[in-house]
Ligand binder design. Structure first.
Ligand SMILES: O=C(O)CCC(=O)C(=O)O
Length: 273
């Protein structure tokens, strides 16, 4: 898709997404919204939240024992912010984001969760090639992530890299050791097609849960934080155990007709406001 100053129409955005498995929307947040997001993220990375308790954290393996580094730089990923903190619930349900989600996988939508990939300066580790679907047993495929650039995402600081069109086929994943438990080996990926998702802070990239993607280590002095909000089309059914403690919450349209089961414990959305 050609990059111009004016935003494509919803039909053009959907066509690009359907063909490529991803869609970049530039400057989806205003400078004021981005500034507030950064303040809230700094607060959550600093920790010591008496009101909500600490978020669930995966620590950066290379920084184990590095008491000289601030906590904010020792974190690799922070999970489930939107389910524990109303501010992040408000972020994930912003009309600016959910309107795009509805256009791509709507009309009936649930919010699954969010994950903040921190990738700190110099030591933020790689995320190997993977599709998200093997982690999330659902059919038909109907999960969409919105990766929002909290900082400018560059090749140097480890922007996400995608294989356009790879969302059309599920690929068998292998168990990996390390922070990322499932992944793809190099020979399973057509790396020549890879495109780096370079974007300015406040822009975002929506991606299909079968899109092959990865990110390289952050070798630069600049942070590379990305806040990923993850949405599910309500007209899907779980195909494997998925015991998600916070449940799936309807955010637009009506609830789907999933078979009752593992992950079917919805809480009222109003308790999050
Ligand atoms: O932010 C990253 O480096 C990885 C993001 C990712 O794997 C995802 O959004 O599914």
């Amino acid at each position: 898709m050609q990059i111009t100053n004016s935003r494509p129409t919803p039909a053009q955005e959907k066509a690009h997404f359907d063909t490529n498995g991803y869609l970049i929307v530039r400057d989806i947040l205003s400078p004021a919204q981005l500034s507030e997001l950064r303040t809230q993220i700094a607060r959550s990375l600093a920790g010591n939240e008496p009101q909500f308790g600490d978020f669930e954290i995966q620590w950066e393996p290379a920084c184990a024992g590095r008491a000289d580094l601030p906590r904010s730089q020792r974190i690799r990923v922070m999970f489930n912010l939107c389910h524990r903190d109303p501010w992040f619930w408000g972020h994930a349900t912003r009309p600016e984001l959910v309107d795009v989600v509805e256009n791509l996988i709507g009309p009936d939508l649930e919010l699954y969760t969010d994950q903040m990939f921190v990738k700190g300066p110099y030591h933020g580790s790689e995320v190997p090639y993977h599709q998200d679907s093997p982690y999330w047993p659902i059919e038909p495929e109907g999960i969409l992530s919105c990766w929002l650039a909290v900082d400018d995402a560059t090749e140097e600081n480890g922007c996400v890299r995608v294989i356009p069109g790879s969302h059309k086929q599920a690929i068998t994943h292998s168990s990996f050791s390390g922070a990322q438990s499932l992944g793809l080996h190099q020979h399973q990926v057509d790396a020549a097609k890879e495109v780096p998702m370079v974007m300015s802070a406040g822009s975002c990239m929506f991606h299909h849960s079968l899109l092959i993607h990865r990110s390289l280590p952050n070798t630069s002095p600049a942070p590379r934080r990305g806040l990923v909000s993850i949405y599910v089309a309500a007209a899907t059914r779980f195909t494997g155990p998925w015991d998600f403690r916070y449940g799936f919450k309807t955010i637009r349209g009506s609830r789907g007709h999933r078979q009752p089961g593992w992950a079917d414990h919805h809480e009222p959305v109003t308790s999050r406001a």
